[in-house]
Design a protein around this ligand. Structure first.
Ligand SMILES: Cc1ncc(COP(=O)(O)O)c(C=O)c1O
Length: 362
């Protein structure tokens, strides 16, 4: 067996101890005589798994009792629509603010426009190809907005908020798909945080929604599967939840706890990201398109001063066991996604390859 360093933006690398534990428990989960995949979601064993997953997330993130934690399906993408469907009670008169920082913000905005008319853009960095995060003073916020939507980390463009937007009494909603659990956050400052699991939390198939309870149940007669209140009431079990994905998510949360929790993970992420950005900045052979203050600790895009060498870089990297480094087409070049589960040795191996490539190709 050979494991590579997988820099995929998502689904992404999982901690090896999590995969090993899942392997060991695959056929006979802790004496139950069956796999978690084969279990009724209403069984005693499975109820313990989902309840523990929620409790662990609450502890790790410091989520108060005034917030519901939901394990949903449909990806972060469904949240782009569910959010306005639940929070906009009068589509004819209400408005919400969107801070535009990349392709995922654009997708969130496009879905909102299908639900209500007055979707406002509070700020956008599209003019500079989303290479930076708009600052607080650039946000034109409507004090009567139903909510403010932000993408806390921009997976494609490699930017991340260096500050928390101040929105007064207007609930702040964050798509944290690509940086949840990578740094401590003050949950109480948000109306809702949502994230597809497939980067920092586990496999694809489950989406975590952390929502202030008073924001649920505002809109009557929603289809049950699109209604936060109805889903919360049934403990995310209005129908069969993505049982196996939630089980793996629980193992990932155990691993985060074993690493010392989110604050300790953040310190490791700072070290990893600083090393990689320093290697890029140290050489004119490599270029980073993002403004230094807005740089993401999770997704690091970089290009070559000689772009014609990009394919050779990717092929050489692959040969060295460094895979899925191809950049998104809207940025080009390379993108190293270095989520929580990417070990520091993976960064070191990438930097060593970058030095060697530059030495032989420059
Ligand atoms: C920031 C962000 N939001 C939303 C999505 C879409 O997530 P999903 O595929 O779970 O719908 C992604 C996926 O990469 C993402 O990075």
């Amino acid at each position: 067996m050979k494991r590579v360093y997988n820099f995929s933006a998502g689904p992404a690398v999982l901690p090896l101890p999590v995969l090993e534990r899942a392997r060991d428990e695959m056929i006979d989960y802790r004496g139950s005589g069956m796999s978690v995949m084969e279990m009724s979601h209403r069984s005693k064993e499975y109820m313990a798994i989902i309840e523990a997953a929620e409790a662990k997330l609450r502890t790790l993130m410091g989520i108060g009792e005034d917030y519901a934690v939901l394990f949903l399906q449909g990806g972060a993408t469904l949240q782009f629509a569910m959010l306005p469907m639940n929070l906009i009670t009068d589509p004819a008169t209400q408005s919400a603010d969107y801070i535009m920082t990349g392709s995922w913000s654009e997708k969130a905005l496009a879905e909102a426009k299908k639900i209500f008319a007055d979707v406002r853009i509070a700020a956008s960095s599209k003019g500079v190809n989303y290479s930076r995060i708009p600052r607080q003073e650039e946000l034109t916020l409507n004090p009567d907005a139903a909510y403010v939507h932000m993408t806390s980390n921009n997976t494609i463009f490699g930017t991340e908020y260096p500050y928390l937007p101040e929105t007064g009494n207007v609930p702040l909603i964050a798509d944290a798909s690509s940086n949840i659990l990578s740094r401590p956050v003050e949950v109480a400052k948000y109306g809702m945080i949502y994230a597809g699991a497939q980067k920092n939390l586990g496999p694809s198939g489950v989406t975590v929604v952390i929502i202030r309870k008073d924001l649920m149940g505002r809109k009557a007669n929603l289809p049950s599967m699109l209604d936060y209140q109805a889903l919360a009431k049934e403990g995310s079990m209005l129908n069969t939840p993505p049982t196996y994905a939630i089980y793996i998510l629980g193992l990932v949360l155990d691993w985060v706890q074993e690493q010392g929790g989110v604050a300790a993970i953040e310190q490791r992420n700072i070290v990893k990201a600083n090393k990689l950005y320093a290697a890029i900045d140290a050489s004119s052979f490599y270029l980073c398109p993002t403004e230094p203050e807005s740089r993401s600790r999770m997704n690091v895009p970089f290009t070559l001063a000689k772009p014609e060498l990009t394919d050779a870089f990717l092929a050489g990297a692959k040969g060295a066991g460094l895979v899925t480094l191809k950049g998104h087409r809207s940025v080009g070049g390379m993108r190293a996604s270095i989520y929580n589960a990417m070990p520091e040795e993976g960064i070191d191996a990438l930097i060593a390859f970058m030095h060697e490539f530059e030495r032989t190709q420059a």
